[in-house]
Design a protein around this ligand. Sequence first.
Ligand SMILES: Cc1cc2nc3c(=O)[nH]c(=O)nc-3n(C[C@H](O)[C@H](O)[C@H](O)COP(=O)(O)OP(=O)(O)OC[C@H]3O[C@@H](n4cnc5c(N)ncnc54)[C@H](O)[C@@H]3O)c2cc1C
Length: 400
Amino acid sequence: MIIIDIETCTGCEKCLKVCPVDALEMEDGVAKLIEELCISCSACVTACPVDAIEPELKAQRADFSEYNGVWVFAEQHEGKLKATGPQLLGKGRELADELGEELCAVLLGHDVKGLADELGSYGAEKVYVVEDKSLKGYTTEAYTTALTTLISRYKPSVFIYGATHLGRDLAPSVAGHVGLGLTADCTGLSIKEIEGQKVLLQTRPAFGGNVMADIVCPNTRPQMATVRPHVMEPMEPEPGRDYELIEEKVKIDPDSISTEILEVLEAEDKGVLPVEEADRIVSGGRGVGNCQEDFELLRELAEELDAAVGCSRPIVEEDIMPKCHQVGQSGKTVSPDLYIVCGVSGAVQHRVGIRGAKRIIAINKNSDAPIFDMADLGIVGDLREIIPLLVERLRKKKSE
Ligand SMILES: Cc1cc2nc3c(=O)[nH]c(=O)nc-3n(C[C@H](O)[C@H](O)[C@H](O)COP(=O)(O)OP(=O)(O)OC[C@H]3O[C@@H](n4cnc5c(N)ncnc54)[C@H](O)[C@@H]3O)c2cc1C
């Protein structure tokens, strides 16, 4: 909700033009709020040239009986679903079952309705689709308006997003506009009963990964969180599974969008398998070396295994590899079947990113390196001797 200072309002009507739900009208030459229509998106607050409108921020431990449904934001890029949607639907199913609520996916874009079947196959009971030209490429304003409008219309109790580049921008923007809390980068979600209320328990690393913090938002709805890619497992897809498609129209004022997409550039290292999507990763740290050439050794091993190449943070800081390869707390969370980690000491900030790896093989010349504490197989020795032997063995095996 917002508050209008009628003494300051000049009656310029700019707020009326940007309101996506027509919740403002003119009365006696000043703006007036139609409370039942307001979705608290704050578009009018930003548009007012004389600061006559302010958001009314108050915690509402209100009656949440109207709020129902676990929603998952299904991110798509150029008409292809990102992996986070199905992954979050997998966890969303558990949460919805515990709450006794429905599981829904939300899809935004232009000409994307065809992806709804896939979301249905991953367990969504309802798929809300908003198609609009202004949603073709991502802009914070257009996507925020679409989601705040849907939240106001349908009142979900939980809304989760992937902590992708897009999700990390969108979720806080939605939370800010609707006056909600948001827990970023969760590694666990569950339902807990607190004071007779079933709430979303949002777990994430805190204090540099040394403790896991459980966070709840008991006073606002929906309870919102972002979850790192690959932390949750998708359900086995069931093509043809029944679901309800709900097509929604949302008024998005082109003038409210402050960015224009001029060109979409390909990601760094195009053609290289991203670590967060890889089944196998060969990862290197400071022990591998301090220049590009030193890492050739690692790339050779990765090539023999069809693996992606990962690294620790110092390797990015020293410009040896782009940031998209970094694994760990401030990099990517990975969950490959096999993680071969070479010349990485195993600081907690690295280890927190590889908890989901099914099998870890560590190579380090220091037998006390902490990485061995979580390795399934540890090889103590010089990686410059061990990796060439592994490459040779793999090549020999392939030629047999
Ligand atoms: C807020 C914050 C966020 C961070 N985020 C991340 C993150 O996302 N990811 C991350 O990785 N780090 C992160 N860090 C940094 C982290 O604390 C460590 O400094 C870093 O992981 C160490 O990198 P490393 O293991 O490559 O180097 P080192 O700690 O220097 O370890 C090098 C290892 O190589 C071994 N070695 C050396 N030579 C050889 C050889 N010839 N053969 C075999 N082994 C050899 C050594 O025994 C040693 O164990 C973060 C730090 C902070 C404070």
